[in-house]
Ligand binder design. Structure first.
Ligand code: IPE
Ligand code: IPE
Ligand code: MG
Length: 247
């Protein structure tokens, strides 16, 4: 019976839905180690979990989900782990893109395609092009992504476009980031128990609410997502101002 209820019905304590949720999907390696499995098995389970969390976000009315899949710093991991991650991403794109497209998911990529194997880079570009007019939910995949690299790339493009100093505003810089056109995240979730951004959306998350859970990413299910959104519902965002007096 309970699973016949929709997620909003199951979790009436969620009274505010963040428009844009960012997730630092951490803890795959430790999830695998706890099961005596290789780290790559954790990445596989983590990738599978993304489908479940995306579906839940869509059902709850989240409009943008940004996920941290691979950082510019993750190239420093052992070569077999990096190769495994690239293989898993390629497989996921091949397996999931049509279904995501049929479900109204607009796929975006945040990050650099330079340095990514040409075939994988092409797959990413094709998935983005195929789904770019979908409006139900945007899945923004931060892959080969670094927040500082993103700002460097934005500054380079601004200079290359010949913009004058007086034209440079916060809005302009936002527009030149990989996430140009997307609103800033309202909520950043980090799984795996650490309390840091690890170079994720460092410009965009300036006023995001931050939520951390010790749960490893492959175990982060609908109930865990609901817990984060319930906590978000109780937060008071002030953006540097004095709170509204109670009436
Ligand atoms: C996050 O899980 C996935 C990536 C960074 C690609 P980790 O691989 O960092 O897992 P832990 O933190 O070592 O458990
Ligand atoms: C952040 O996790 C990157 C991704 C989730 C893709 P890391 O495991 O790389 O971050 P650190 O090393 O703990 O800061
Ligand atoms: Mg980690």
């Amino acid at each position: 019976m309970a699973d016949k209820l929709s997620l909003p019905e199951r979790y009436p304590e969620i009274t505010k839905i963040p428009f844009h949720v960012g997730i630092i999907m951490d803890g795959n390696g430790r999830w695998a180690r706890a099961r005596g499995l290789p780290r790559v098995a954790g990445h596989k389970a983590g990738t599978d979990n993304l489908r479940r969390v995306l579906r839940a976000c869509s059902e709850l009315g989240v409009k943008v989900l940004s996920v941290y899949a691979f950082s510019t710093e993750n190239w420093g991991r052992p070569p077999d782990e990096v190769a495994g991650l690239m293989t898993i991403l390629g497989q996921a794109i091949r397996r999931e893109t049509q279904d995501l497209h049929a479900n109204g998911v607009c796929i975006r990529h945040s990050g650099r395609l330079e340095g990514v194997a040409p075939r994988l880079a092409q797959q990413i570009q094709d998935a983005v092009a195929l789904t770019c007019n979908n409006t139900r939910i945007t899945l923004n995949v931060a892959f080969n992504y670094g927040g500082r690299a993103e700002i460097v790339d934005a500054v380079k493009h601004i200079l290359a476009d010949g913009l004058r100093p007086e034209e440079v505003t916060e809005t302009l810089i936002s527009d030149y980031l990989y996430t140009g056109g997307l609103p800033d995240p309202d909520l950043i979730i980090r799984t795996g128990g650490e309390y840091r951004l690890s170079n994720f959306l460092i410009w965009q998350a300036a006023y995001a609410e931050y939520y951390a859970t010790p749960t490893f990413w492959p175990d982060f299910d609908e109930g865990e997502l609901a817990r984060a959104l319930i906590e978000f519902s109780q937060r008071e965002r002030r953006f540097g101002k004095v709170p509204e007096p109670e009436t």
